[in-house]
Design a protein around this ligand. Structure first.
Ligand code: WQD
Length: 335
């Protein structure tokens, strides 16, 4: 198949591009490089040993998006492009609604005009109401507490409405938990702009000496060691889940939510200890106040993806940290 990856130069997108290319699909990346770098494309091609055309375009530019669809015959779309920083979304809600909602609507309109009706949407565990019992199940109540999460809830609803209006559509709503790690080559990985908001890239930069100390946001939660527990999943497992989801939606119509998580939670301290083993030395930490909006424990019920997609995460926390550290050490990180 010829598959369009919006935001394909980003963290999850670039790893998914490699997996799809290596499985024999053709891939076109569309990215505005607002939170990624063009040099990633060269490394995707080097890893996969195949070309990966790239369109530098913004989903809000209707003419540009239509031109991309006119010039390429796509069979399916994987939609990663969007703003994704929770804190930033609180400060700039209109930017998040414009980019994420209107961008998705423009993409979906162009898909419909060109008869492309197979879509994988990059959703998130933040769509689940915080008062759901853990582990979260796909049928649990949805409701986010920040504009970023609300855009994900709204986009899932928009896509369900599109499927209800036109039964020719097939949509997978992939709800990621906490993706970390990097391709085992160390040539692509998570490369956030500025100071990382997320735990793993922050820990990685402390290990590399780029940041002085790890800040643990609270050690008084009701968890075994008092620190927050999350469902960390290797980005390569996540990428492979997208391939399974593409094959799944080719066989059926409608909208299908799936958790992409391991079904297991690790605490902040467990992640730091695993990273210390990966980098071979103790890391400086300090205990700070809890971060507003953080939940004590979040992890996935991973049964539905296993039963329907045949998906299960294969890589453990040791491998996630080893691959992340190799990426951090390679010259490419930060380029
Ligand atoms: C993980 C744990 C923190 C940083 C976010 C988004 C979510 C998804 C993944 C997009 C928590 C603790 C963190 C630090 C810390 N992204 N922490 N010190 O908050 O679970 O999820 O990223 O979809 O939408 O909300 O991930 O990595 O920020 O935090 O102690 O410097 O690490 O309190 O317990 P989170 P995270």
């Amino acid at each position: 198949m010829n598959i369009l990856l919006t935001g394909g130069a980003g963290f999850i997108g670039s790893h998914t591009a490699v997996v799809l290319l290596e499985s024999g699909h053709d891939v076109v990346v569309l990215d505005n490089f607002s939170n990624s770098k063009p040099s990633v494309l060269d490394r995707i091609e080097a890893i996969a040993g195949r070309s990966c055309p790239c369109e530098n375009a913004d989903l809000l530019d209707e003419a540009a998006v239509r031109d991309v669809f006119d010039r390429h015959g796509f069979d399916a779309v994987v939609h990663f492009a969007g703003l994704k920083a929770v804190g930033e979304s609180v400060e700039k809600p209109l930017s998040y609604y414009a980019n994420n909602l209107i961008g998705t609507i423009r993409l979906t309109e162009a898909m419909a005009e060109h008869g492309v009706k197979d879509l994988i949407f990059s959703s998130s565990a933040t769509v689940y109401r915080a008062d759901n019992p853990v582990p979260y199940h796909e049928d649990d109540a949805l409701g986010a507490t920040n504009p970023y999460g609300r855009t994900k809830v709204m986009i899932e609803q928009i896509l369900r409405d599109v499927c209800a209006a036109d039964p020719q559509w097939s949509v997978a709503l992939l709800r990621y938990f906490n993706p970390i790690g990097a391709h085992p080559s160390g040539r692509i990985g998570e490369d956030p702009n500025g100071i990382p908001n997320n735990l793993l890239p922050y820990v990685s930069k402390v290990a590399a000496g780029e940041l002085p100390v790890i800040h643990i946001f609270g050690d008084d939660y009701g968890t075994p060691d008092g620190t927050g527990v999350r469902d960390y999943i290797h980005v390569m497992d996540l990428a492979e889940g997208h391939l399974l989801a593409l094959e799944y939606i080719r066989e059926r119509k409608g909208a299908f939510p799936f958790n992409l998580g391991t079904g297991k939670g690790y605490s902040v301290k467990e992640v730091i200890a695993a990273f210390e083993r990966a980098c071979g030395r103790p890391l400086p930490v300090e205990i700070d106040a809890r971060r507003a909006g953080d939940l004590p424990i979040v992890y996935a019920n991973a049964d539905l993806a296993r039963a329907e997609l045949g998906f299960s995460a294969k890589r453990d926390l040791t491998e996630m940290c080893a691959d992340a550290w190799r990426w951090q050490q390679r010259a490419w990180s930060g380029q």
